[in-house]
Write a protein that binds this ligand. Structure first.
Ligand code: DUC
Ligand code: ZN
Ligand code: ZN
Length: 458
């Protein structure tokens, strides 16, 4: 046996128990109390939790966006992931007019493979159907392991938005090939209406980023997305949902039995729109913007009720000098914030405080992402699955600061955040990649996760 992790409190989505975990050929080979097994490496983790590695299904690494490229590439982004207990990241390659899906993803796969410090998968953003011919490529994309496609209902001027007709074609084709459609839901025309008005009035601070995307701008698009998913009976995954009315509409549709999933992000759970009034408000500019307290409370309530299926990060950091482009004009601030290294520590600290259970944190950050997106080898501590394992010390005090993160960005919205409890080790398929504050893995260790189409339930 390669590895034996002894005496930990093993946490699954539905139970917690003291056990040993044995690892062979990168897989969990045995789980049980006092396993009579010899291993090359034995780690005693008494007093600590043993968790499945998190799967961050929403990152934008080396993404051309907002007039620049996001600050974390595949190496630094996946290194940071490893140090935050994330053992698989999903990135979002962007298909552009005239380009195919497989070609787009292959290009990114070639960039990522030599740099990946954890396992990785891709959704593909669809921006143009190439006069309809792109739809013929969906099956080939699924055969390549891409079983989720994303559309933007916003970013019209940037040429990324699809109209409702295109959206429905994507949704129907995705269903036909056993895939799912992910949606960024906001209403672009109303945003532009507000931007024009605020610019005329000389209102240019980061606070107007929030006011130009009032809560109903997301609400309308969330409801429209749900409406089309119901009308065409197609699967839908709403990314970074942040609005109270949106999550309530999703709860109703889910109760009615529709195949609809909700993702939210740690920044919507931790901060409120008040951050945009701060001197450094531009650093928090992302879309959809962070909402008011009522929406934040509704998201936590929806987590407790099970309406929120996934917490992922939308990791898309930019450097301070890039955020500063929008010092006097909020429309020039590149949208996006850091998060991949903070996801699991943050959600687990909320479990440690008693706001949610550890089982819920595992379900939201590992088991549900694996289930919804077809990572059949991942997401839970079960015999036969990949040994993607995090050891968590519930007593370790940790304060987030940019210098103890492992990304390439120069600031973080999480600066100064104190956490009770922190991951102390991360294993990817049985290989130690993070050990007590230090990255100990190597670029290229991460493998492409070829996903399979099929059922998301169960
Ligand atoms: N929103 C962001 O804030 N950044 C990246 C893309 C997005 O939709
Ligand atoms: Zn988005
Ligand atoms: Zn995103």
């Amino acid at each position: 046996m390669e590895l034996l992790i002894k005496n930990g409190a093993v946490v699954t989505e539905s139970s917690s128990f003291i056990a040993d975990i044995a690892v062979k050929d990168g897989k969990i080979s045995c789980i049980g109390k006092n396993l009579p097994i010899e291993a090359k490496k034995v780690v005693d983790v008494s007093g600590k939790y043993v968790l499945p590695g998190a799967i961050d299904v929403h990152t934008h690494l080396a993404m051309p966006f907002g007039g620049t490229v996001s600050a974390d590439g595949y190496l630094s982004g996946t290194r940071a992931a490893a140090c935050g207990g994330v053992t698989t990241v999903f990135d979002y390659p962007m298909q552009r007019k005239g380009k195919g899906i497989v070609e787009t993803v292959e290009e990114r796969n070639r960039m990522c493979a030599p740099e990946a410090c954890v396992d990785y998968a891709f959704h593909c953003i669809i921006t143009d159907l190439n006069d309809g011919t792109l739809l013929d490529e969906f099956q080939a994309a699924v055969d390549y392991g891409i079983t989720s496609f994303k559309c933007f209902m916003v970013y019209k001027k940037e040429g990324l938005m699809v109209d409702d007709g295109t959206l429905v074609k994507v949704m129907l084709k995705a269903k036909e090939v056993g895939a799912i459609t992910n949606l960024h839901a906001e209403n672009p025309d109303i945003i532009d209406f507000y931007i024009e008005r605020f610019k005329k009035e000389g209102k240019t601070s980061a606070w107007y980023h929030y006011l130009s995307r009032p809560e109903f701008v997301e609400e309308e698009a969330d409801k429209r997305a749900i409406h089309w998913a119901k009308a065409f009976n197609v699967p839908l995954y709403i990314v970074h949902l942040a609005s109270k009315a949106g999550v309530e509409a999703a709860a109703v549709a889910k109760m009615e039995g529709y195949d609809i999933y909700v993702e939210t992000c740690p920044h919507y759970l931790e901060f409120t729109s008040e951050v945009y009034k701060r001197e450094d408000g531009r650093n928090f500019v992302c879309s959809p913007p962070i909402k008011g307290k009522e929406s934040q409370d509704a998201l936590w309530a929806a987590i407790r009720k099970g309406t929120v299926d996934v917490v992922a990060t939308d990791h898309c950091p930019f450097q301070s000098y890039e955020k500063d482009w929008g010092k006097d004009d909020f429309t020039k601030i590149p949208n996006g914030c850091a998060g991949v290294e903070n996801l699991y520590p943050y959600m687990l600290s909320k479990a440690n405080e008693g706001k949610i259970s550890f089982n819920t944190a595992v379900k939201l950050c590992a088991t549900n992402p694996a289930r919804i997106f077809g990572c059949t080898e991942k997401g839970s501590l079960t015999v036969g699955k990949d040994a993607d394992i995090v050891i968590y010390d519930p007593d370790k005090e940790f304060t987030i600061t940019v210098s103890n993160m492992h990304s390439d960005y120069d600031h973080t919205i999480w600066e100064g955040k104190k956490l009770k409890g922190y991951p102390v080790q991360t294993y990817v398929r049985g290989e130690l990649v993070y050990d007590d504050g230090k990255f100990v893995g190597k670029p290229g260790l991460g493998k492409f996760v070829r996903r399979k189409p099929g059922s998301r339930k169960g």
